[in-house]
Design a protein around this ligand. Structure first.
Ligand code: BES
Ligand code: ZN
Ligand code: ZN
Length: 502
């Protein structure tokens, strides 16, 4: 998608011109001019329709021949006092879908300051364009013969406003974060014959060109360290398990400041192992590396916008396969922390991977906090559905920051409890703990309790993103498929609370 910012002049012209209309239904001077040339077509259409100018409403009009454009599209922007970052991004996303439905190839949106209010027209233009870009994401690399008329039509989008330069600057800084989101979506969308632990580690390596230090531990190194929990999960796979450590030293190479740590579950395919999953829907388990995908995309975003922060991303990459070398239900493994685990169900593998990755992160980096992300349990989808991630934390302040940032950015979370009664559920008869609860109750919580046994005195939050990492239907800022949920949330958490000089 080509995105441009142009100075607003009376000569803005394109195949489609788009205008913002407030709830008062008043046309802007630009729109009025087009209306005049088209013999009042736009104002009559408003009169004869129930278009209201409410946020996200559209009215598309075919203009007469000889008019400056073929289409005029009115977009409701609602009440000035209700406009915020997310509503503008979503407006851009909705506009993208609308323009594609109309089969428009290129369009220009006029943004006039009187419609925007406090946020300012440059900011608004940047946010709308960013939303449009996120929604225009399309994972189409495997189509070899899709006809053009079935592909998205929109290839170029311009925003015309008074201060185009400022808008372009704003857009560029939002773009770095969206690049991270897009990277995550790409990784999550790739099938498991393309993305396996080794190829995913190679994708992480590509971040070196942004100034991120990338270290990869293979099976031999992890064996020496004693990563019995993570290695047990990968032992049935023909591909080697990996631990990837990505460091962004935004405060300079010499800075001694403790980093923020992000840890991701990267199961590139989860068959369930010997506790094998039913075949229906198993293909979805290609996105069981979604947590790792978010951590990788987040590192890209932070480096891309040169965030003034030290951050480390650690991802445990494994493939959970049944085979002659696979781990069996009932096996006992020794984790990197020294604690032993009875593996009663090989499909509860994510927590085993995270156990070693969390312990490693805590031990080697003594971070300010650890946030882990994982498509950890089906139970979280039962509890919260597909619009919120589950949040678990040992630290009220961190939990509150994540909750607030989620609402601000449109990636909501909901906190669930951790407590002794749940913790008892994972005591084992023959080892320090077992990897599933004694019954099926509170499955997401017992999973989180398991993780908590691998963090000590560090503020920690766990996001169970099983319901939100992938979407079966289009949403305002993402077409169906990998959502990249979490990249924008954590990037904003860093920016709003942890970046120096802000
Ligand atoms: N990757 C799955 C969780 C999952 C399920 C993610 C559905 C996305 C959609 C995880 O490894 C798993 O299989 N969890 C089990 C745990 C159970 C065996 C205690 C589950 O949720 O059923
Ligand atoms: Zn599983
Ligand atoms: Zn899994």
């Amino acid at each position: 998608m080509k995105i441009n910012f142009l100075e607003l002049t009376k000569t803005t012209s394109d195949k489609a011109v788009v205008f913002l209309v407030g709830e008062d239904n008043k046309l802007s001077p630009e729109a009025k001019e087009i209306d005049k040339k088209a013999n009042g077509l736009i104002s009559k259409a408003i009169e004869n329709s129930n278009f209201s100018g409410k946020i996200g409403k559209f009215l598309a009009l075919n203009l007469a021949q000889g008019a400056r454009a073929d289409f005029a599209i009115l977009v409701g922007i609602g009440k000035v006092k209700d406009i915020d970052d997310v509503s503008l991004e979503k407006l851009g996303g909705g506009l993208c879908a609308k323009l594609n439905n109309l089969r428009v190839k290129s369009a220009t949106l006029a943004v006039e300051s009187d419609k925007i209010g406090e946020i300012g027209s440059a900011n608004a233009a940047a946010l709308i364009a960013n939303g449009l870009r996120l929604r225009s994401y399309n994972f189409d690399k495997y189509f070899t013969k899709k006809p053009d008329d079935e592909k998205p039509s929109l290839v170029s989008f311009s925003v015309a406003l008074k201060n185009a330069k400022e808008a372009k600057k704003g857009y560029d800084s939002l773009s770095a974060v969206s690049d991270g989101v897009v990277f995550t979506r790409d990784l999550v969308s790739e099938p498991a014959n393309i993305i396996n632990p080794e190829t995913l580690a190679e994708e992480c390596k590509k971040l070196e060109k942004l100034g991120i230090e990338v270290e990869v531990l293979g099976e031999e190194e992890m064996y020496k360290l004693g990563f019995g929990a993570l290695l047990g999960v990968g032992q049935g796979s023909a591909t080697e398990s990996q631990l990837v450590i990505m460091k962004w030293n935004g405060l300079g190479k010499k800075s001694k400041e403790a980093p923020l740590a992000f840890v991701g579950k990267g199961v590139t395919f989860d068959t369930g192992g010997i506790s094998i999953k039913p075949s229906g829907g198993m293909e979805e388990m290609k996105w069981d590396m979604g947590g790792a995908g978010v951590v990788i995309g987040l590192m890209k975003a932070l480096a891309g916008r040169k965030a003034k922060v030290n951050a480390v991303g650690v991802v445990g990459l494994v493939e959970n396969m049944p085979s002659g070398t696979a781990q069996r239900p009932g096996d006992v493994v020794k984790s990197y922390s020294g604690q032993t685990i009875e593996v009663l169900n090989t499909d509860a593998e994510g927590r085993l991977v995270l156990a070693d990755a969390l312990w490693y992160t805590q031990k080697h980096f003594k971070p300010k906090f650890i946030v882990d992300l994982a498509t950890l349990t089906g139970a979280i989808v039962v509890a919260l559905g597909t619009s919120r991630a589950g949040l678990f934390s040992n630290d009220d302040k961190l939990a509150e920051q994540i909750f607030k940032t989620g609402s601000k950015i449109g990636e909501d979370v909901w906190r669930l409890p951790l407590a002794e009664v749940y913790d008892k559920q994972i005591n084992s008869d023959i080892a320090d703990m077992q990897n599933i609860g004694k019954d099926r109750e509170a499955g997401s919580i017992t999973a989180a309790q398991f993780l908590q046994r691998f963090v000590n005195n560090v503020p920690w939050a766990h996001l169970d993103i099983a319901g939100v990492a992938w979407s079966k239907k289009d949403s305002e800022l993402a077409p169906k498929g990998g959502t990249g949920y979490g990249v924008r949330l954590l990037n904003r958490l860093v920016a709003d609370y942890y970046e120096t000089g802000k």
